[in-house]
Design a protein around this ligand. Structure first.
Ligand code: FAD
Length: 446
């Protein structure tokens, strides 16, 4: 659909608009730059203008104007996605949701928020009544809840609650459509999956109802081990220990700990590090478990000191890659989900097979009730061919690779076209204006 001529200064009266090209270019970026494969593919892609609505009425007006003038619209939260999800491939409007920050209500076990609320902001509010988010990415301080649902997968807490796509981890969504007459639609129950993790291609999320978890007094701990496989088995055992309350089990093989410059005094040379968040009530059993696996606790921060010093979570999940790349920007990463196996035989095989080329970083999470390690390996990049070879080596062994080096929704995490999501797009975005070029099921429909 060809767009009519439009002028940003008159099209959105009364709504905040950014037209400065430097700012617009900045707000067209995300963290796809972690991937040397995506970098050249998305270089130079920018929107024409950034629009920053403060409420639903303004979003409706932006949607109506974009439909009238057939302007592509790419929704943006904090822009921390890793797949170029919010990089506009065809210019147009960047709809920045970060001014929609109202926490509408919080009740025991559930909260309703506007899409631009930051995860840390909701956590703080929920803790006032003893609850917190079930899971959060390591970007929780900046990322928005709308962006996490539309573009994320899981994180700290996933050891207890699984992934965002699991039934029950998102209760309701309100979306604004891009029809000739934009509408507000509320999705509940299984219907939320039509928009969950759809990268903003089929509806502008304005509100979300998110289930919460009971908040514990969380302690942060670093344990080091001389042998990597012993540390991995410690991680699996802690993940399986139903009586021990935890929300983060991150394992990093040497030399990854050398990239954590702020933690170096707790990470002796040639040791492998477990970064943990465990309830203070489980610290005694943790000591026994550490002893059983010949580990050494080198750091411990109590819940009371949570706000002091560094946050251990900000060295885990994809922050591990961030720290590695800060030291050596030629490094990149891989994402992998290992099949359940208490002996971790595949982890062991790959750890030795790739050595320093694919450095082992594991995050434990729960998939269909079973605790498994997910890899966010740090990869020494040489060529795209070699990276694909590494990916195939994993896939041949039954390891699932949600490929972080692609910018098409279906090519990364899910690998298959989600018909319900495409059908929903046909209804709410008939002109294909939303984040165009990202959904294979839409581009290849007949
Ligand atoms: P954005 O990047 O702004 O947007 C993500 C996608 O959602 C885009 O497609 C955008 O169009 C769409 N979108 C945003 N808001 C809306 C809306 N209101 N309506 C419709 N669509 C919308 N992810 C994890 O899952 N777990 C992790 O632990 C994790 N760790 C990370 C660590 C680092 C260092 C980095 C750089 C990234 C990490 N990520 C992780 C990826 C990312 O940070 C998260 O997915 C984050 O939640 C995205 O939120 P955001 O507000 O930045 O979204």
């Amino acid at each position: 659909t060809k767009s009519k001529d439009w002028d940003a200064s008159t099209l959105f009266p009364g709504i905040e608009v950014i037209t400065d090209p430097v700012q617009v270019a900045k707000l067209s970026q995300d963290y796809h730059t972690f991937s040397p494969v995506l970098q050249p593919k998305l270089a130079g892609k920018t929107g024409d203008v950034v629009v920053r609505p403060v409420n639903e009425a303004e979003v409706l007006r932006v949607a109506a104007a974009c439909v009238e003038y057939k302007i592509p619209l790419t929704v943006r939260g904090a822009g921390t996605g890793n797949y170029g999800q919010c990089v506009p491939l065809h210019g147009g409007v960047i709809l920045d949701m970060t001014r929609m920050q109202e926490i509408l209500w919080v009740k025991p076990g559930v909260a309703r928020v506007e899409a631009g609320v930051k995860l840390a902001q909701l956590d703080k509010k929920a803790r006032e009544i003893g609850w917190e988010m079930r899971m959060a990415p390591s970007t929780y301080r900046t990322a928005t809840i709308g962006g996490f649902i539309a573009g994320g997968s899981g994180g700290i807490g996933s050891i207890n609650y699984g992934l965002l796509g699991d039934r029950g981890n998102l209760l309701a969504l309100k979306v604004i459509t891009m029809e000739d007459q934009p509408r507000v639609i509320e999705l509940r129950g299984d219907d939320v999956q039509k928009v969950n993790h759809a990268w903003g291609v089929n509806g502008i999320i304005t509100e979300l109802e998110i289930p919460l978890a009971p908040a514990y007094p969380w302690a942060e701990i670093i344990v080091t081990f001389d042998d990597f496989m012993t540390s991995a088995k410690f991680g699996q055992t802690l993940a399986d220990a139903d009586g021990m309350i935890k929300k983060l089990i991150c394992l990093t093989a040497w030399p990854i700990p050398t990239y954590f410059t702020a933690l170096r005094s707790y990470l002796p040379d040639n040791t492998h590090a477990a970064l943990l968040i465990v309830s203070e009530t489980s610290l005694e059993p943790l000591q026994d478990l550490v002893q059983q696996f010949d580990g050494k606790i080198t750091y411990q921060k109590s819940a009371q000191d949570a706000g002091k010093g560094f946050n251990i979570a900000e060295f885990t999940w994809n922050h591990t890659t961030l720290h590695a790349r800060n030291v050596d920007s030629s490094l990149t990463y891989l994402q992998s989900v290992f099949p359940p196996d208490k002996n971790l035989s595949l982890v062991e095989e790959l750890y030795y097979h790739f050595g320093g080329e694919v450095m082992m970083h594991l995050e434990f999470l729960r998939i269909a009730g079973v605790a498994v390690p997910a890899g966010l390996q740090v990869v020494r990049f040489t060529t795209e061919e070699r990276l694909n070879e590494i990916i195939h080596y994993h896939e041949k062994r039954g390891i699932f690779i949600p490929n972080p080096h692609v910018h098409i929704l279906e090519d990364g995490g899910r690998k298959t076209v989600d018909i319900a999501q495409v059908k929903f797009k046909e209804m709410v975005d008939p002109y294909g204006l939303m984040n165009p070029g990202k959904m294979r099921g839409w581009m290849e429909r007949t």
